[in-house]
Write a protein that binds this ligand. Sequence first.
Ligand SMILES: [Fe+2]
Length: 461
Amino acid sequence: MDSDTGAAMKPGEARCPGPSARDVILADGCVVPDALVTQSYTFRTDADMPYDHYTSQEFFNREMKSVWGHTWQWVCREEHMPESGDYVTYDIGPWSVILVRGEDGTVRGFQNACMHRATQFRPSETMGFAPQLRCPYHGWTWDLDGELKEVPCAWDFPHVTPDTHRLPQVRVEKWGGFLWINLDDKAPPLIEYLGVMPQHFTDAWDTGKRYVYMHVRKELPTNWKAAMEAFLEAYHVLETHNQNLPASGDANAQYDVFGDHITRFVQNIGYPSPHLVKKPSEQEIIGRLRAVADAGLTVPEGRSARSVAAEYLRQKLSAEWDFDLSGYSDAEILDSINYNVFPNANFFPGITHPMVYRFRPIGMEPGRCVFDLLFMRPLAPGADMPEPPEPIKLGEDDLVADVPGILRSLAHLFDQDVSNLRLQYRGFQASQKRGQTLGNYQEIRIRHLHEMILTYMAKYP
Ligand SMILES: [Fe+2]
């Protein structure tokens, strides 16, 4: 152990020596949103967290019922279904839901199963046009409001009426340009569930005003939580992404828990890791800053790599995107800012780290999951929202860096993250220790995630 253990302080009080991510952001000298520099951390416990949370089928089954059956999950973008009759299906564990846009323009959700003999109206994980909900097996048909319209040989079903066989509805609400569902009719409204998100994601961060320019969907050989947790802390940057250390803060990142459903980290980009004994010069930093590494920028005396890089990107991207980025601070242009919405959604409001993630189990398997990775970009004022791209599907062994047209230096980071997951899952199964030991500060989001799962299990047994 090095000497920097913070042993003299109470648990959770110690921080990496030197400037914090917040100090770096304030030192940039830009006007920044209050949300970006607010802090919210409380020490909880340092007890080990059981590996059974990842590997046990019994725990998985309870989690499916108690967590996935009662939480808000985004299904798709609104622009996936712009017209009346457009549909999208969404599966989670045993459930399959179909979203359809009605003739009144409202999107409604229904259980994706015919009320005759249960056949799905449309296959899992598909989208397209469905002017009515017609079962492909015997032709029972409902309109887009869920009202029963047709039963072939109705004489044989005197016990079936529009009243007895109205299609069961699933709640759908909108936020951030996404359509969300909740399988629990009594769940709080989405806007309440989202806690600080609507206050933090105002105008400049509003994902409703951005469009998806790339969508990668990758299967991963681990539990959905373990996959997502690979993106909830910057502690792993030192070992997993050490090529980034000259231009990437890690140990000084900020971690926040905002109420039940929202956690966040803020990681500086264009600022060196506090682990580096020899601090790189501002010129060396800009040469290693991924988003401008090819631009050959020079940092004049008295300027920082962050300010020169952000200024360059602000001009270049404003022109390329026909979108005025002049109001965005250096931190919003450069930094990796990750908000997690319990249980499985991640939103990055930054401009050069502009992602949305979603992690879901595959079927009822604790050890496999699917990772949706959306890249977003601000929409030019007055421009029509483009049709979202089809997901590029990758198997467990396919590399994100091989996706045509992807920014390879960024994609390589995902491949580095993913490379740990199979090893970790096998270790979850093999370890005699039976629980993970978490950092009090840097891994607080992982602890919070598991605590919330246990909270939902207690609330909805
Ligand atoms: Fe990573």
